[in-house]
Design a protein around this ligand. Structure first.
Ligand code: ATP
Ligand code: MG
Length: 244
């Protein structure tokens, strides 16, 4: 397929009467990993929600594989192949890991469930170890992994990840980054917001920097990583971003 996997054209989106993200444009190539960087409250999560369709869209265009999706409800975007792993904890805390994964297969034909679950357990073996545990009793990091697995059951071609390594041990952060690389290598386009900016840039092809809802900088990940303004604001000894 030619053309970008995702085109954001002058996207303005927010909540109620408040536009937060303003006139944001970018193209994401198929199979690429892009890190979205910005301080607390910059509008990173708001942009991901706009791409998935869970907040108020004001104006602009969102083209997914060339098709406009900005007016479609989230479930239709999901069917088209947009997967979104929001910031935060799992959806079904009182259900076991096994039950969560079965639930996550609900849009797949029954005959495909077992293979889909095997595939995501292959990506995250920790889930097999936690198989019978209630999701609400997993560590925050394990819940994050479960959420990512739930979305990957549906084999999205665009994966939106909001702070996937937040609360994870360094080792599990490494696992998540390695998994993201493997997913992208299989052709999936990834847009990731990360508090571990350094780690995310290491695995990314490109970086987008957002300030106060607007695009501040965009370029190859290594160029952005070496930009003095970015080094000072996001890669200094004292990284400004704090966990909520
Ligand atoms: N559900 C909501 N309703 C109204 N305003 C919201 C809502 N969610 C976020 N906002 C506002 O939108 C702005 C941007 O928030 P957003 O969550 O997109 O920032 P962020 O870059 O993801 O920050 P963080 O790094 O803290 O996650 C903030 O001013 C926030 O108060
Ligand atoms: Mg956020």
């Amino acid at each position: 397929m030619s053309g970008p996997a995702l085109s954001l054209v002058e996207v303005t989106a927010g909540y109620g009467n408040n536009p937060i993200v303003r006139a944001f444009s970018s193209d994401l190539a198929a199979g690429s990993i892009t890190t979205l960087i910005g301080g607390n409250g910059a509008g990173k999560s708001t942009l991901l929600r706009a791409i998935y369709g869970t907040n108020r869209f004001f104006s602009g265009r969102i083209l997914f594989r060339g098709e406009p999706v900005e007016r479609l409800p989230p479930w239709r975007r999901l069917r088209l192949g947009i997967g979104f792993v929001p910031q935060g904890r799992c959806n079904f805390p009182a259900m076991s890991v096994a039950e969560n994964l079965k639930m996550g297969c609900y849009t797949l034909p029954a005959a495909a469930h077992a293979a889909a679950i095997e595939r995501v357990i292959g990506l995250f073996p920790i889930l097999r170890e936690r198989w019978r545990i209630e999701a609400g009793n997993l560590s925050g990091g394990e819940q994050q992994v479960l959420e990512m697995a739930m979305v990957l059951l549906l084999e999205p071609s665009l994966l939106l990840l909001d702070e996937p390594s937040l609360g994870l041990s360094p080792r599990m952060q490494g696992d998540v980054f390695a998994t993201v690389q493997r997913i992208a290598a299989s052709g999936v386009t990834v847009l990731v917001v990360e508090q571990n900016v350094r780690g995310a840039l290491m695995i990314s092809d490109r970086a987008l920097v957002m300030e106060q809802g607007r695009k501040f900088m965009e370029g190859p990940a290594d160029e952005v990583r070496n930009d003095p303004r970015i080094r000072q604001a996001y890669l200094g000894g004292n990284i400004q971003h704090t966990a909520a």
